[in-house]
Ligand binder design. Sequence first.
Ligand SMILES: [Zn+2]
Length: 476
Amino acid sequence: MQQMSVTAGKDKPADSNRKIMIGLEVHGYLNMAESRAKLFCNCAINATAEPNTTICPVCTGQPGSKPMLPNREAIDKIVAIAAMLDCRINERLIFQRKHYSWPDMPTGYQRTMSGSYSVPVGQEGSFLGIGIEEVHLEEDPARWDPETGQVDYNRSGYPLVEIVTKPDFASSEEVRVWLRRLTATLSYIKAVNPDLGIKSDVNVSVAPDFGRVEIKNVNSFRSIVRAIEYETARQQREVKEGKKVSMETRAWRDGEGISVFMRQKETAVDYMFIPDPDLPAVKVTASEIKKIAEKLPEKPAAKIEKYVKQWKIDHVDAEVLSSEILLAGLFEKVAVVVNPILAARWLRRELLRVLNYNKKELEEVKLDERHMIQLLKLVESRRITDETAKGILEKLVEKQFDVGEYVRKNNLFAVAATDILEKYCEEAIAENPQAVADFKNGKEKALNFIIGSVMKKSRGKATPQQVTEILKRLIK
Ligand SMILES: [Zn+2]
């Protein structure tokens, strides 16, 4: 054992992986639920509007137009995001002009809180063991179609959050899991517009002394994972062939599953950052930060830990239950009254199954915890069977009603009396001679058929375990 601990980390193949350094720049559209307006003008945020219908002189960069003061909702949202990611939040924020010439940017610069002299909203954060370099706010450019040359300015001026991580990831799998949890966490505060999705730039370097390669604009979790895997393998091949991996920017071609050279990596100098003279510094006072931080919900990671450690819930179940704040809230209310493991199983499996089947979200069905508790208490005390409970749950998702009363009225209590069950079993045996013979000849599965017949007779009010026991006793 001694030897193992000495050599561990030295000879393990994982050691070569440790040199792989992956960092992300995740961009998401802020969810502007209240103002529904862009960052520097009052134009509407509407993802489905006809091209160039939600525009004005500001967001189309007309000469002489000046930006309005930044939308306060965007500032508050971004502070909340930075706080959720445990960042130090700066109180005086500066917008800069990031210069570049491209058809999507009529002013010739993007307004952003990143860059050489910037003060980002949040810094030095950490999320699930990955360092957060900074969280900042910027405006989205217009959408330029290189095929037709047409520009749609609807999106121009949408507020974007950019979350820049440290190069702390060592594999695509780590990135995948982390991104999923990041999305769940941001959904708790409804910070990012889920309909518009996220996109990410990915930085990959396979060895400390090799150049960092940036892959631009990767548009889905799946593509991010594929791009990292492709780029890691490509760089490792270059290294093996004795080439030097250069610092460059590459584009991801999703259809082909490859990255292609775009340009040598630009530096901050290339963008000629200057503070935007049209925009005053944005002040966020300590008391405002405190107010926003106080309103933040408990994070999914904390919930997972609580579910697993205190309530002994399976880790996968804990992750699913915490992935949505409403589901987590319902679970926590139910789990203090009924056995948490039972509650987890029913919410994670049965409730989600019924919701999926009906293509509904939890928030649409308004299922309240009182009825869920009534139902699960009956299951816990075995006064109704799982089958009966599933049927009731399917109805509860459509309409709320008093579960106890419903069970009484419809006489759905589990059949506990053995003599009634025995009578059903005897009938089923008499009616299915072939299945009985098959079972006697060693075909275990034949019993299921007879069990099914008994369950039908009991209208689902018997438990399969009970029926199995009686049948086996009677047949032998
Ligand atoms: Zn506008």
